[in-house]
Design a protein around this ligand. Structure first.
Ligand SMILES: Cc1cc2nc3c(=O)[nH]c(=O)nc-3n(C[C@H](O)[C@H](O)[C@H](O)COP(=O)(O)OP(=O)(O)OC[C@H]3O[C@@H](n4cnc5c(N)ncnc54)[C@H](O)[C@@H]3O)c2cc1C
Length: 304
């Protein structure tokens, strides 16, 4: 390969470059859609973490039938289930009781400031304007948050909701039974290795290929939509280093499932990426030691 600056390397969309690094062995590039499919769903969701399960629940509440989730691990939950579960949102009920003045506008301003102004303001606005609706949506399904909000590590204001029971797994304990109730089919041990568009590099995304628990390759056609909710790539050192070479040898608190498998697959069929070098690092355990120092829960207890 000729000399490439890091910037021109990251800016490239050549599939050869992007797939030559960090692809799990059985993953391969985009191909023509099959003539005959093994399975059909109306909505295909890839990944059964918090985002994937929430997508399926919301879709079923909005009338979508025949929803299939493909999950590569033998269990659902992903990183969401091991996360701290802290959820920033304005909250007229809890914050009023604690005498905290807040607004979605202040939340947006502080979110942008917390990310050194690099986030997309429109997306931030969408998140902060709708976060309390999401809190209520979860609560209506049985999610319990503690009575008081607090300031989480990385947040700039006391508006973080702490799950009442066992941190991030609380979300899964609420969302998974909702999926079951709605008849959402969840296939675990089913790793997606390919995405299909109507044509190789144009048209809608219409399906995927996965490897099932016995190693068989199967295809699924999605009549309405494919949603990719496969989380991040914190547990993939090569992919981390591709976007920020300093990250190669860091340890991670992520589950081993966070390997970013779908990112090169989506790039192969024409997707672009943004913000790939925004990699959050928490101070973890000192080198050679095993205990995790939980700094992200209560910022006020620590001097940074
Ligand atoms: C220790 C820790 C603490 C955290 N604390 C907080 C916190 O307090 N607050 C907060 O907001 N965030 C926190 N986070 C971040 C948060 O956990 C993630 O941003 C969030 O869980 C991402 O949800 P997700 O559904 O997108 O991904 P995940 O929950 O990781 O789900 C992705 C799923 O996709 C599956 N998958 C991946 N590849 C494939 C494939 N090829 N085929 C099929 N399935 C696939 C994975 O196995 C996984 O189950 C924390 C993270 C960690 C690691």
């Amino acid at each position: 390969m000729s000399k490439l600056s890091r910037r021109s390397f990251l800016g490239s969309t050549a599939a050869g470059l992007l797939t030559s690094i960090a692809l799990p062995s059985a993953v391969h590039a985009a191909d023509a859609a099959p003539q005959k499919w093994d399975q059909t769903a109306d909505l295909l969701v890839i990944g059964a973490g918090g985002a994937g399960l929430a997508t399926a629940v919301s879709a079923s509440q909005n009338g979508v039938k025949n929803i299939l989730i493909l999950e590569k691990m033998p269990f659902v939950g992903g990183n969401t289930s091991i996360s701290g579960g802290g959820f920033n949102s304005v909250d007229p009920v809890r914050q009023k009781k604690q005498n905290i003045q807040d607004s979605p506008e202040l939340h947006a301003k502080q979110t942008l400031a917390g990310g050194d102004g690099r986030a997309n303001p429109e997306l931030v606005k969408t998140m902060t304007a709708n976060s309390y609706e999401a809190v209520k949506w979860l609560q209506d399904m049985g999610m319990k948050f503690k009575d008081d909000v607090y300031q989480i590590y990385g947040g700039l204001y006391p508006r973080c909701h702490a799950p009442f029971g066992s941190l991030g797994s609380d979300y899964i304990k609420v969302l998974k039974p909702q999926c079951d109730k709605a008849g959402v089919q969840i296939l675990t041990n089913s790793r997606v290795v390919r995405l299909f568009r109507e044509n190789q590099l144009s048209g809608k995304v219409i399906g995927a290929e996965y490897v099932d628990k016995d190693g068989n390759h199967k295809t699924v056609k999605a009549n309405k939509a494919v949603v990719v909710a496969t989380g991040g790539y914190g547990a993939n050192p090569q992919m981390r280093a591709k976007y920020d070479p300093r990250m190669l040898n860091l340890t991670t608190t992520n589950l081993p499932c966070s390997t970013g498998d779908l990112i090169p697959l989506m790039q192969d069929i024409g997707a672009d990426t943004v913000g790939m070098d925004f990699i959050q690092c928490n101070p973890g355990c000192p080198p050679g030691r095993k205990q995790r120092i939980i700094l992200h829960l209560y910022a006020k207890n620590f001097i940074m």
